[in-house]
Design a binder for this molecule. Structure first.
Ligand code: GLP
Length: 259
């Protein structure tokens, strides 16, 4: 796990976009794993800018999003399928039908979840997975207590997560769905490269557990310590509770120098 403590959202977006640019220069038909939420927005902004500048094309790519609320109207702006189109994929050149999202409208949700999991494998697996992290340590919607090897499934959201996400639902927690279809931790761990982005003091505890805590379903993101190719891009506030901050700074400086 490489930890980069970066000075601004712009820099986080640039560093993450550099990874994508390198990947696409080697594999123009890469499979991207897309996260919703506010954390990856600086990355999407940078990718859109580089696309508009003619530096990046997604014309041969496919994408899979991480998760979807269960029960929102198809047109609801906070439906993750709508969010990702609005904030990223409609602003670049993914071909029609290339962006896949979990089907929360499946007649049988368990079968729908299993089919989504299988479709990722059939596509060849995710080359580059973007992640945020919840203040309770969730990734996608894998909440505390989730099996560390889970596959795509329907799970319940914690009150903490619903409270955190109420800001997208007029500040009203009762409008936040209670369930979501989410890629499992085992599914996410199959991605070949993972970049997790976190900003702000509200994420500091979860980031400390992610980087320096023991691997445990109490903090689901800690499973990423078992992955060989993970980058954690954070701002100073999100890094504020890390014990070995200076070590990560030196290590990242060396990584930048040699890459
Ligand atoms: C949401 C999403 C996650 C996201 C996280 C953090 O509930 N399911 O994929 O990473 O919570 O959200 P944000 O980036 O808005 O802080």
């Amino acid at each position: 796990m490489k930890v980069a403590i970066l000075p601004s959202n712009e820099k986080i977006g640039e560093v993450a976009a550099d990874f994508v640019e390198t990947l696409l220069s080697e594999k123009s038909n890469a499979i991207l794993g897309l996260a919703t939420g506010s954390s990856p927005l600086p990355l999407y902004k940078e990718l859109i800018a580089r696309h508009k500048a003619g530096r990046l094309s997604f014309a041969n790519c496919r994408a899979f999003t991480l998760d979807e609320y269960v029960g929102l109207d198809p047109e609801h702006p906070e439906r993750y399928a709508n969010f990702i189109r609005r904030e990223f994929t409609d602003q670049v050149d993914f071909p029609e039908g290339a962006v896949n999202t979990p089907n929360d409208k499946a007649e049988n949700l368990n079968e729908g979840a299993a089919a989504y999991d299988a479709s990722i494998r059939e596509a060849g697996g995710v080359d580059f997975q973007i992640l945020g992290i919840g203040s309770d340590g969730h990734i996608a919607f894998n909440e505390p207590g989730e099996s560390l090897t889970s596959r795509t499934h329907v799970g319940f959201l914690t009150d903490q997560t619903r409270e955190d996400n109420a800001r997208f639902f007029d500040g009203d927690i009762t409008k936040v769905p209670t369930r979501a279809m989410t890629q499992g931790l085992g599914t996410i761990m199959e991605a070949r490269q993972i970049v997790l982005i976190a900003q702000g003091k509200g994420k500091a505890r979860a980031v400390r557990e992610l980087v320096e805590g023991g691997v445990s379903s109490r903090w689901p993101a800690t499973i990423l310590q078992m992955h060989q190719n993970v980058f954690v891009l954070i701002d100073e506030d999100a890094a504020s509770e890390l014990e070995l901050k200076e070590h990560y700074r030196e290590d990242w400086a060396k990584y930048v120098e040699f890459n």
